[in-house]
Design a protein around this ligand. Sequence first.
Ligand code: ATP
Length: 267
Amino acid sequence: MATEHPPDTVVRFDGVSKQFDSEVLALDDVSLSVRAGEMVVLLGLSGSGKSTLLRHVDGLQRATSGTVTVLGTDVGRARGAGLRRLRHRIGFVFQQFHLVGSLTVLENVCTGALGRLRGPRLGLLSYPRTVRHEALRHLDRVGLLSQAFQRADTLSGGQQQRVAVARALMQRPQILLADEPVASLDPESSAQIMRLIKEIGEEEGLTVLCSLHQVDLALSWGHRIIGLRAGRVLMDSPVSALTRDDVMSVYARLGVATPAVLTAKAG
Ligand SMILES: Nc1ncnc2c1ncn2[C@@H]1O[C@H](COP(=O)(O)OP(=O)(O)OP(=O)(O)O)[C@@H](O)[C@H]1O
């Protein structure tokens, strides 16, 4: 039977499976919908399929079977200009920041606008003034205006991740994907990044999908938690309906009984 999706659904998986080779089913019949403005945290053991799920949202990987629909586009069928248009509406923040260390912080942020500019850019002054101003606004928002003209590789990890968030915002995205954005940060910087993502998400009406390994951060900052195990959705519930113990059971060994609350449908 087809899953019903709320009318404001922006990300939708219908029976999605991803097989990398004959052995590995990275996603196993995943169905879910994410509504506009939600902040969804993906949890699960290493190898449970979190990154694979995120990569299916912007078409970096394609489903072996099932359908992924994002902002009304069937991602599996999107090609060329259609796929590029979709990707422009989706920002991606990674564990390893992916900044160009030798460029200034400001120029790194400006590169986030490349998708909507024609032709290559070389040097900060090759970006339109409006783009540079927009980048400065985003740097101010993430608390790094005074570092705008420093080389990116002189910043701390937490600061570099804030630059990466500012760069993603330059895309003016509707969806923000974050793949373990705090995995290499200390606890204080991790909480700062999660707060930033949540606050900006709420201000901009962004839909956020974020994979994490930290249960406490998920409970503090997510609206909803999806727990994966061996590519299957084991838990899909609003944070308000979950205790820490409920969430910890996502990490239990296979075969352990699953509390009923874990399959409560997200509001
Ligand atoms: N490109 C690939 N080729 C082959 N197998 C892959 C590929 N990408 C992921 N896998 C496999 O798919 C499964 C899910 O991997 P995935 O990276 O999505 O897990 P994850 O939950 O994000 O893990 P982690 O928390 O360690 O990042 C794993 O068994 C992994 O080895």
